[in-house]
Design a protein around this ligand. Sequence first.
Ligand code: RBF
Length: 174
Amino acid sequence: MKKTTTKIATIGIMSALATGLMFLEFPIFPSVGFLKYDPSDVLAILAGFIFGPVDGVIILLIKNLLFYLLKSGDIVGIAMNFAAGVSYLLPTVLIYRWRKNRVVEIIGYIVGVIVVSGVMVLLNMIVVPKYWKISFEETLKFLPWIAGFNAIKFSIDSLINGLIRKRIEKIFES
Ligand code: RBF
């Protein structure tokens, strides 16, 4: 991957693919049906590993902006999806770039899953009472499901990324 133009085009294609994948969203736990899994963050994570954290965050931004315009119209959901993607992507990618070996890569996935689960529990404690117009006490009942949702979502993404990263990287080496 030498030319900047090739890289910009690749980021554009990956953002478009991520937007398409976001349409596949489905809930994991019925009790928190507003939390939906979709595999789109995998594209941003791949770009983070192959190009760098800024490129990964750019894909998260573009896919959320496009999904907002094309389907969701719910700025809170979009902002939460973006916050979750960034909270996972930054620690995971930065740890991987610190030492590029399989053990550190796996530690990065584990740290990323723990960080995103913690950050999103905190953010949801602030957002959910306002969004659903419920009390803080009622919101507390959802917290285990919110933590579980984020842990499962980003464990799946880690697994997919871990399995396909090398193969995708090879495409860019030529
Ligand atoms: N997405 C996550 O990945 N983690 C979250 O913790 C999370 N919390 C959300 C909280 C609220 C109130 C809403 C409306 C959405 C949240 N989302 C979260 C985003 C959701 O799963 C989905 O991707 C978006 O709503 C786009 O349909």
